[in-house]
Ligand binder design. Structure first.
Ligand code: ADP
Length: 268
């Protein structure tokens, strides 16, 4: 790990005092678009004039720095803790990720639970976020040590809630059901469910084709008595431009996911 690692003393700093809302983004399984959605949500909130931070606690698969093309950035320490990496032309989005603490971006994090828990606690207490309207927290898939540590560390915050991400298929919806149980056991407020990769909007004729089944997320939300926040379409152009290393912050407002995310951002 680079300089600024977890051997530094963890002070009891009031670094979340200026953060109004904290939104945990959870999913039952990997690959449903949780990191993409966390980033899109942050960008949509930013477009609505909000001050936003992203905390990436997906310790074993930190993908947001790469998605936002800041994987070579490093964080440094100031008197009040770690200074996050600031993104965008106006440097208005703050990002903290374990990716910034690794010597090489492809280094694997092979840690047991206690070490992961210690780093998560430090991420919560020791990052100098400043004043934020929203802190979006991208979590690993499932309900593991990282989730328990994150919820325990953030629980004192008044406005903490969770957004659950699923794809339309039954297997992913089933995993979200387990995630709902986790939230309830952990006493976490559920802000709602998002169905990602929900239909493909043809860029030529604007017709929507449901490649997978549709409506699983909405049905689950109804059944569980939690808000359904909306569907985000499959946008192959967006994922292709990410593969090609295009600038996500520039590309996202042009994507077919942008209106959906704007709508979701208004509800949380
Ligand atoms: P997770 O964090 O749940 O593991 P990711 O956010 O890394 O998932 O997304 C997995 C892959 O799916 C990535 O290649 C991403 O670009 C792609 N993806 C996610 N959401 C969409 C979408 N709405 N349209 C097209 N591709 C998407």
């Amino acid at each position: 790990m680079r300089r600024g690692n977890m051997e530094e003393p963890a002070g009891e700093r009031a670094n979340l005092a200026g953060v109004r809302h904290i939104v945990l983004v959870l999913s039952g399984k990997g690959g449903v678009g949780k990191s993409t959605l966390s980033t899109e949500l942050a960008l949509a909130l930013r477009s609505a004039g909000k001050r936003v931070g992203i905390l990436d606690v997906d310790l074993c698969g930190p993908s947001i720095p790469r998605m936002l093309r800041v994987q070579d950035s490093a964080v440094h320490q100031c008197d009040s803790g770690w200074v996050p990496v600031f993104l965008g032309q106006d440097k208005a989005i703050a990002l903290m990720s374990i990716g910034f603490l690794l010597e090489r971006p492809d280094d694997a994090v092979v840690w047991r639970g206690p070490k992961k828990n210690a780093l998560i606690k430090q991420f919560v207490t020791d990052v100098a976020w400043g004043d934020l309207d929203f802190l979006i927290v991208d979590t690993p898939p499932g309900t593991s040590d990282e989730h328990i540590s994150t919820v325990e560390a953030l629980r004192p915050h008044r406005l903490l809630g969770a957004v659950l991400v699923t794809t339309p298929q039954a297997v992913s919806v089933g995993d979200v059901r387990r995630e709902l149980t986790f939230c309830r056991k952990a006493g976490l407020r559920i802000l709602g469910i998002v169905e990602n990769m929900s239909g493909f909007v043809c860029p030529h004729c604007s017709e929507c084709t449901n490649i997978f089944s549709k409506g699983g997320g909405e049905e689950l939300a109804k059944h569980a008595g939690v808000p359904f926040l909306g569907c985000v379409p499959l946008d192959p152009q967006l994922s292709q431009s990410l593969e090609e290393g295009k600038d996500f912050i520039q590309e996202f407002p042009k994507s077919s996911a942008f209106p959906a995310l704007t709508h979701i951002a208004q509800q949380i």
